[in-house]
Design a binder for this molecule. Sequence first.
Ligand SMILES: [Zn+2]
Length: 310
Amino acid sequence: MSARIRLIVILGALAVALTPSMRAASLHEAFDAQQAYAYTATVAGFGERWPGSPGHKKTEDLIRQVLQKNGAQVDLDSFTAKTPRGPVAVRTLIGKFNVSADPKQDIFVLAGHYDTLFQPGFIGANDGASSTAILLAFADALAHQPTKMQIWLVWTDLEEAIKAFEGDDGLYGSRHLAARLKAEGTSARIRGFFLLDMIGDRDLSVARETGSTRWLQDFIAAAAKQLNYGSSFFQYDTAIIDDHVPFLQIGVPAVDVVDAEYGRMGPQFDSMGEFHHSNTDTMDKVSRRSLEIVGRTILLTVELIDKQMK
Ligand SMILES: [Zn+2]
């Protein structure tokens, strides 16, 4: 074998070792931030994604495609919501990984909404696309990574309020799913629930959401510290109504992992920043680095919790 051929063989072996489908050393190392960013651009590129829109359907198709490719069990929670706009068809998608034969197997849920506001011209690169995309990248990472717990990826639907977050307007999909899991008795097996929302902000700063479960936030803080991402988490407190609330209400420990300051803050802006629920929520406000920080931290947190399970 000439030196040149040997070099080609070595390069070939390296290429195989670096193929993303090969098993990474751990779940958080299997997270591909570049792919998460690409998914964000794809989903934002589908345009408006309110329930019933063509972009919503394209997003559902992409989610199903990625779940099938990665061997997940796919479940759908569909129903018709009564809203101030009249009846709206709601479709929450669930992908289950590492399901064992044990009917009492613990479950951990990672969720995020895939609908966008009913607002002409709103594409929600951060508010909607980033959370949809990070879950897709989680599916890719989970495909070859065993865990003791079942890991569920949940793309909630109709999170956004039709008019305003008052009374029962908003959180339609998560409320329905929480009620169903409680009725089925499954919710008692859920060890934790992380909701990801607006985590692609290039100026990343994840809030300490004050209604969330503190001990679960402490796990996230420990994981972030281990990865040297500590400064991106929990530097300010805020209370937010989001898809984690219906799960807290049925007794599931839950955390809203949310960057609640999107762009400049101030009385002239939305309470969550100048780009929040604005048509300026576009890809230039999102970064690969932020997806990497949140993606790796959340998956390491899942690893830390999984280690503690029987
Ligand atoms: Zn929103």
